[in-house]
Write a new protein. Sequence first.
Lengths: 235, 327
Amino acid sequence: MLEVAAINAGYGESQVLFGVSLRVAEGEVVTLLGRNGMGKSTTVRAILGLLPITAGSIAYQGQALQRLPSHRIARLGIGLVPEGRQIFANLTVRENLLATAANSRRAREPFTLETVFALFPRLAERLRHYGNQLSGGEQQMLAIGRALMINPSLLVLDEATEGLAPLIRREIWQALTTLKDRGLSILVIDKNIDALLAIADRHFLMEKGQVVWSGTSDELRRKPELKSRYLGLEQ
Amino acid sequence: MTRKQLFLLLAAVLLSLLPAAAHLFGNPYLLSLASRILIYGLAAASLDLLLGYGAMISLGHAAYVGIGAYAAGILHLHLGAPGLAPALALVADSEVSGLVILPLAVLAASLAALVIGALCLRTTGMHFIMITLAFAQMLYYFFISLEAYGGDDGLSLLGRSKLPLVNLDNDTHFYYFCLFCLIAFLLLASRLVHSRFGLILRGTGDNERRARGLGVNTGRYRLALFTIAGGSAGLAGALLANHSEFVSPGLLNWTLSGELMVMVLLGGIGTLFGPVFGAAVYLLLEEGLNMYTEHWMAYMGPLLVLAVLFARNGLLPLLISGRKRHG
């Protein structure tokens, strides 16, 4: 479904990614793991067309993504939940969900306000609150709901649970499990490897702008040394 | 009924009774001033679409007012001289010239906004402010050097446009026609900003990158809003030309752009109705102070500073909520 092949990318003079390759198959939940500054978010930015790549290729359902503007990439079916959430602060919860809602791929069972509220009941109680009147957890739920409302076939979450209380985190992991059961493909960037082992099918470990290991959850469980080596003290 | 609805109802009643009151007190001059307020209110509210809903700080909004005014003035000139425009001869002497002039003025201003917007919207922030100003000043100097239509001296209209049902030469009729245009614009605009189109624009104003990341071609939405705002300002310009039966390059000068911006901020940015109120306060202050001193600007300045300090969200939100709101 998503095929990232040996991409290089960077900011100005400094190259950040060195031949990163990864793939997400239909209906799969894949993680991108690694310590801070290893190139996870840069990889996401490159996929979404927010950062040009200097080598390699990115394809989504057979279509080349490089050089497409980011709004076209989103319409092909990649929904991003960005780092830092980036809720529209001047719109209400309801307006945030409806403003960019679309079904450009003609999904047969599109997401609606009701399905999003079933996933995150808290949002239904905050309908008329503005984006800047929400707690961090509510904002995160809204960011996920907003991305779902464009009816993506691949959901990309960049640090979705960073800085959230454990209870809220659990609620978000639970939602991801529900979405996986719905058949949605998901790419998660996170540091909470233990929670993700249960949800995800495959994992890619990044260090210094390269993918240094990839494998299934079982394989990762059998190699605890990977965890300490590439993820450090993150627990 | 909310305070806002009550306030608007009160304003509507007041505005519709104003001509009767002006005649009662034998002061028809009031009516001309009131018409001017309505027209400036329309121009300011159209700028509020850009400032308050699109986060596009345009400092060249006078350009579209001016183009609308000149379009009306130039058409008037040619329609008034039979033989010059044979294609338009049918409507030239007829009693419906306004049906041609007003829409064409709006069209001319919209087209100008479309072209200028397409270029300006490639930039953001400070650059956008400067480039909108630059285009407006270019047009200002263009009309100054346009000798065929009066150049620096401006252009006289010799009468107002003709419309069926209303007689614009009658000041009361003209006032009600301005009121009709303003209300129609406010109704359409408030529907617009609450539609999905408006939501996208407000979201884009907050975080354009994110809106694009969610599949929105933000450039098109912004250009559409810029064009709508320009066309509405063009209508205000055409009305203004009819009001004073005179058009001058001064209408395109940056001082008018600045005044419109002050009206928006004074009345309440992002409220649509606020800028109309702001226009009323501004023009009444100008008129009132002018009676006492020709240095009225020296008093106007500090008053505006006070208004900005004590009514940061504008006067209308302050009146409606009855208390200061921060942020």
